[in-house]
Design a protein around this ligand. Sequence first.
Ligand SMILES: [Zn+2]
Length: 444
Amino acid sequence: VEAEAGFDLGLLGGVVVDASGRAPRRANVYVRDGRVADVSVETRAARRTVDCDGLLVMPGLVNLHVHARPGRALGDGLPMLVWHERWADGLARAMRDGDAYVGALLAFTECLLGGTTSALVMTPRYLEAADAARDVGIRAIVVPLAVDDETAAGTGDDLQESIATITSLGRQEGERVQVWFGFDSTYSTSERGIRAVAASARAVPLGVHTHLSEEREDARLRLGTKGLFGVHYLHDCGLLDLEQPVVLAHCNWLDDDEIELLAAARALTVAHNPTSNMHLGTGVCPVGRLRGAGVRIGLGSDGMLSNFHLDMFQVMRGACMLQRISALDAGALSSIDAFELATVGGGRVFAERLGEVAPGAPADLVVVDPRHPRLSPTVESGTDANIVALLVWCAAPSDVRTVVVDGRIVVDDGRLCAVREDEVVARAQETFDRIYARIDSKQP
Ligand SMILES: [Zn+2]
């Protein structure tokens, strides 16, 4: 029976949870050719099956903004710009060939073990991160941390060089790992450079990722020859009317005109980084105003250096907490809203229907074991159903048992399949030690 009608993979007997608004329901999820093929109570033939009785099956989490320099938890409590110069730029200057690969391997290992199946990564020496993503099995979009300002030399990739390289890679539609255009910021990249990125992105065509309006000072910089504020400036540079995805990280300080421009941009998504923003004390993304205007939003952690962790469960609950305390309203962002932002919200940047658990959607799936005291007791259905609230507020990466990306099992019973975790940790330590020895002034 199995050969002609069979599926590649079956996740059997779990409770399916997604952001569709449907109540969690017990079902078998079957996968074929990298896509969800069937979600039903029927038992069908599959080449490989995973017993999910008593477990939850949810869409993979999408981290829409990550950096992967091989360092973590440094400069805690420093002002953002001081921290950035010392640690973000300091590490980048001291990195050598192969170091970005190890940093990305560490980041992707943490992502996958914690149920994150897609990551948008901006990192210096970006092509090494694309190699790491291919090796470890995560779905990724990798962009350069490109700069062209003389004062930023050595802190990122050369902008013009990155434009030439990425243009030559061309369209990569349907590939699990893609390389897009990217630049660090509006203040370390020239107007000429940003216009060149926009023109190339339109010509190939390919998506673009950058930071915008993270803290109050950078949001009020008068940019370019016309002296425009951030969103107006990117609009003037031709970046907001592209047909292909543009992802802007942060967008914390926006006036009403800027929100209108973002809403009018056809393929724009804001990557909101609540825990990073709280950590660095930079600002509060106006999620309610953006959603009200129709701007798409996904969630990101930001980097290991700036946010310290890449745990999207913490990021989801951080998003709720930040909106609620700043609005003084417990209803400001619900668990299901945060779950939606972290699945389909960021997912559509990677592929159509990514983040759904339904036939035709990409098969990026996570199996969570809810039988831990912190996730108990559960209410599966009815008006007091608490499964999504438990996932958002109480779940931890260690609750993740199985992870499927593009139809393939990449984490099996809590263990990464492609590489050994202890080897990733050892390589990261050895790489960081070498980089750290090269950084001159370690103290303020
Ligand atoms: Zn960032």
